[in-house]
Design a protein around this ligand. Sequence first.
Ligand code: MG
Length: 258
Amino acid sequence: MTLDQLIVPLRDDPASAAIFCDFDGTLSPIVADPATARPLTGVRKALGALVEPYGLVAVVSGRPVDFLEDVVPDGVVVSGLYGLESLRDGVRTDLEGAGVWREVVQHVATASRAGGPLGMLVESKGLSLTLHYRANPELADEVKDWADAQAVRSGLLVRPARMSVELHPPIECDKGTAVRTLVDGLRAALYIGDDAGDLPAFTALDALAIEGAAVAKVAVRSPEAPEALLDAADAVVDGPSGALHLLRALLPDPASRG
Ligand SMILES: [Mg+2]
């Protein structure tokens, strides 16, 4: 099935459909300093135009809500830190049991800045932290060893990501559980993502399809895209510009499609 055919059930009844987007590498080009990542030009407008017609437009990311809320348009629901925290209609919510880990995360971030491998970038996200080695790829093994040691010490769990390692509270959550929570009875869902962390969301869509939902699993191709993600996808687009093209194609009113 072509991408155009895949999105017909969503576009035909947008009020019953959910659009889920990953952020980094999907809406935003990957950059060396994660703090400077911004949506590709045109993405904010395209996302914003989907808010009114669609039942739900959500960005589901490993990033904290604090970052995401500043880079997506009003009305877009934000699920941050793989569902550990969310923002919907101006209301912020922590996943149950997550709040107590803020102090632990802070301690590990401080220790990592003080004693971690030289050249590793420490990004504290409140309820989780990311140890980046994109600027120094030769540090990959050293950063992973450091993360493993911190996990043992703190009780946090290690999760590999693109050119980085993340440390998370030991709470059952991923982009799949985030999608399941947000979809809340809608009858169709599209998810678009570029990384291994997006696979649980694809799995969640598979489960929704079994329950009768129309689903579209879209992978964003990049040199770093995992084979497993591309294999699991119903369709593949090229980079954030391909994702933008898809967002525009989802607009129900053909006259306003770019
Ligand atoms: Mg991504």
